[in-house]
Design a protein around this ligand. Structure first.
Ligand code: ATP
Length: 144
């Protein structure tokens, strides 16, 4: 796994914010405000919007050769049945916005990486653990 310094990460995030501002400059009237709160669920307006908000510093930067498709509801999260059952048993029954992006993406396994940044307790660990388990158990033939 690649190590990244705090300074480099800050630069990446600054560039991401600047790029996003450039992209959205003509569509700002239709975008949602920076009102993301911990535990916020998926919102349709966020589909094409990176997880950037001034008050939470939460990001999922995905790496892959495919389009990023977030799950819109929990039922759209396709992980192995026993992983989903374990998640249910652990009370993981919400689709947090960060996870709506990372769960489907990381389940693709090899070639589907992500950098996950968030506040303590925001669901970062659980944003990758179920999907990494899924990808590891499923093996390389997974058709994502
Ligand atoms: N999808 C979910 N549904 C319900 N609860 C959740 C979900 N994801 C996370 N949580 C709750 O939030 C808690 C924190 O999640 P997690 O450990 O993934 O966050 P973190 O950002 O890695 O936290 P830490 O700062 O401890 O490293 C979990 O213990 C769980 O109770």
């Amino acid at each position: 796994m690649m190590k990244i310094s705090d300074e480099k990460l800050a630069n990446i995030m600054e560039n991401l914010e600047k790029t996003w501002q450039r992209i959205t400059v003509s569509t700002s009237s239709s975008s949602r405000g920076s009102d993301y709160e911990l535990g916020d669920s998926y919102c349709p307006q966020d589909v094409v919007r990176p997880l950037v908000a001034t008050n939470c510093s939460e990001y999922a930067v995905a790496h892959a050769n495919c389009v990023l498709r977030p799950a819109r509801r929990f039922a759209e999260v396709f992980l192995l049945p026993h992983i989903l059952e374990t998640m249910r048993n652990l009370g993981l029954n919400r689709l947090l916005r960060l996870q709506s992006y990372t769960w489907p993406h990381l389940a693709g396994g090899s070639g589907h990486g992500a950098m996950i940044v968030g506040a303590p307790g925001s669901g970062r660990t659980l944003a990758y653990v179920p999907s990494v388990c899924h990808a590891g158990l499923k093996g390389p033939e997974i058709p994502f």
